[in-house]
Design a protein around this ligand. Structure first.
Ligand code: HEC
Length: 198
């Protein structure tokens, strides 16, 4: 009885540290790699699009940008970046071990179908529809044909509860690929401006 309780507590504590590593599909052995955030050495192979799992604690990470209104598609988006990525200096590429999570919320609609607006003219967040993930690691994203290659980034997605979602990841790649000068990150400039306090 006592033994069982201790065991449970230990697992829970280990879990808190370990979730900072990218939890890779089917890989139990990321324990002990806290802070490394890649886990590739244990896996013996680079993860592919769709294989990076949502880090359970991503909402405790630094905010990349929040409250991005997408009026045309009736969405509000919040983006988080893990601590490894948040240490990046402006003008530099994000290091291996970076993970970004973008939340896609439905914008609230009024009864007549028009979009609800807050007093400061922003859309109002409704339910979380899904999350989009970008993560990079040593040797990841190779073997992808050139027009779709995004350096070492790979793409993934999850439902609101964190369950992996299969999207057409070639679309993510096609739309992010032109941003090679900004390390394939659309809101690169805005992020560093925000950090500068601009
Ligand atoms: C048609 C273009 C397009 C497609 C397709 C697309 N994105 Fe993006 N993505 C953007 C834009 C633009 C942003 C900046 C935020 C915004 O305006 O919504 C962005 C932002 C992001 C970010 C935050 C970092 C950044 O680039 O600013 C992540 C993470 C992301 N996308 C992941 C994905 C994933 C995963 C997919 C595929 C499932 C995907 N994207 C498909 C255009 C696209």
């Amino acid at each position: 009885m006592r033994h069982g309780r201790n065991g449970t507590i230990r697992v829970a504590l280990a879990g808190l540290g370990v979730v900072t590593a990218l939890a890779l599909g089917g890989c139990e052995s990321t324990y002990g790699t806290t802070g490394m955030a890649t886990g590739t050495t244990q896996m013996g192979g680079a993860p592919k699009d769709g294989e990076v799992r949502l880090a359970a604690e991503y909402r405790t990470w630094p905010q990349f940008l929040t409250g991005i209104d997408k009026e045309q598609i009736k969405q509000v988006r919040d983006i988080y970046i893990n601590p490894v990525g948040a240490r990046t200096m402006a003008g530099k590429a994000f290091p291996n071990g970076t993970m970004m999570v973008m939340e896609l919320y439905k914008a609230k609609e009024k009864a007549d179908g028009s979009l609800e607006m807050s007093s400061d003219g922003k859309l109002v967040k409704g339910d979380l529809a899904k999350v989009f993930i970008m993560a990079k690691g040593e040797g990841w994203g190779q073997g992808i044909p050139d027009p779709l290659k995004n350096g070492a980034w790979i793409y993934s997605a999850a439902g609101p509860g964190g369950k992996p979602l299969m999207e057409d990841f070639s679309k993510c790649r096609a739309c992010h690929a032109p941003l090679a000068q900004k390390d394939f990150v659309h809101r690169y400039d805005e992020y560093f401006e925000k950090r500068r306090g601009g």
